[in-house]
Design a protein around this ligand. Structure first.
Ligand code: FES
Length: 83
C-alpha cells in the first residue's frame, strides 16, 4: 500500500450516501472534491487510485479525510493519533 498524502481537511467528512449508488473515495489526497475522487490521482505517484464502492443503503457516514484509516473509506479515529 502506498503512503497517501493528507487532504486539506485532516478529519472525517460527514456525508449522506445514497443506497445503490457507486462512489469513489480519494486515496491520494489531491482531489478538490474531498472525500471523493475528482481524477487528480493521475498527477499522484504511480499506483494511487480511488477506492470504488457501492453504498448498500441511504446512510449518513463519516468518511476518512486523513487517508490513514484502517477501515477504508470510513473514518476509524486514526486522525486523532500523532503521525
Ligand atoms: S479522518 Fe482519517 S481516520 Fe478519521
Amino acid at each position: 500500500m502506498s503512503q497517501s498524502a493528507p487532504a486539506d481537511k485532516p478529519g472525517p467528512h460527514r456525508v449522506e450516501l445514497l443506497g445503490g449508488y457507486q462512489y469513489s473515495w480519494c486515496t491520494c489526497g489531491l482531489s478538490k472534491y474531498q472525500p471523493f475522487c475528482d481524477g487528480s490521482h493521475t498527477m499522484a505517484p504511480p499506483g494511487a487510485k480511488p477506492i470504488v464502492f457501492i453504498q448498500e443503503k441511504d446512510q449518513t457516514v463519516s468518511m476518512c479525510g486523513c487517508k490513514r484509516t484502517g477501515t477504508r473509506p470510513f473514518c476509524d479515529g486514526s486522525h486523532n493519533q500523532q503521525a
